[in-house]
Write a protein that binds this ligand. Sequence first.
Ligand code: PRT
Ligand code: ZN
Length: 286
Amino acid sequence: MEKKLKIAIQKSGRLNEDSIKILKEAGIEFQNGLNKLKAEAVNFPLEVFFLRDDDIPQYVEDGVADIGIVGENVFIEKNKQVKIVDRLGFGKCRLSIAIPKNQKYKGLSDLEGKRIATSYSTVLSKYLKKNKISAEIHEISGSVEIAPGIGLADAICDLVSSGSTLFTNGLKEVEVILKSEAVLIANNNLSKEQQAILEKLLFRISSVKKAKSNKYILLNAPNKNLDAICKILPGMKSPTILPLADKGWSSVHSVVNENDFWDIIEKLKNKGAEGILVVPIEKMIL
Ligand code: PRT
Ligand code: ZN
């Protein structure tokens, strides 16, 4: 029987949907529903285990799963013998220290001797030690943001994304300890066969990521400005140019990166480009 790679992803929670999505976008299809403990891909040698995110680093270290998707914050907190093989660009957040909003804050030394509630005690204690602050860490597993309000702590250390949880609990963010996103972790002792499947998966994921950050652009350009317009649009090799029925005009096709996107559109318009169409790219293989 063909060897399979086992991947652990979060069973339910913030990373579940995007983890499944990235596998599907990589062209991997699943036969049975994705709401069980285990699912098998029908067109790729991959088996998916659904677990609590906290347990994933341990399972990957033990080789129960070969690879897994977790928040980098969990990877760091659990400190297991596994390695990060890719960063996935979703589940972005930061681990921050927050205090009641009406309290003055001049710097880390204000936390000296204070009680800080967190579910991330390993990361927090390392951070405090590095900065030579001694504070009391109260490890709690959920609803950390209510701790100051009920008098359990003076400050909290928790994940923040939009900041609205801090806001509604009357807290303000004063220090960012780390920035996190979902990462793909792998066991350190994969067999050659498993490594080869992982390489295939990583290649597919990178094509999906590249495609997402790039757009296909089509526009009509006056021939007299074609040179200038081609300089603005580098494309993968060079832009494709097709003559239009209307003499003196051409259709130009290229690929642009999302980061430079608006800047490029602006420049194109200044050079007389018209009828600009921008379309998403599904996969991009270079
Ligand atoms: O059941 P299981 O143990 O698997 O799930 P969980 O409850 O431990 O984790 P879950 O689903 O909440 O989060 C999984 C991962 O998502 C985390 O480890 C992070 O890597 C990532 N992530 C991204 C976040 C957030 N953003 C986030 N905002 N995890 C948690 N939060 C929480 C935060 O703890 C706080 O309560 O959301 C609240 C703050 O959000 P804002 O938007 O109000 O700032
Ligand atoms: Zn968890």
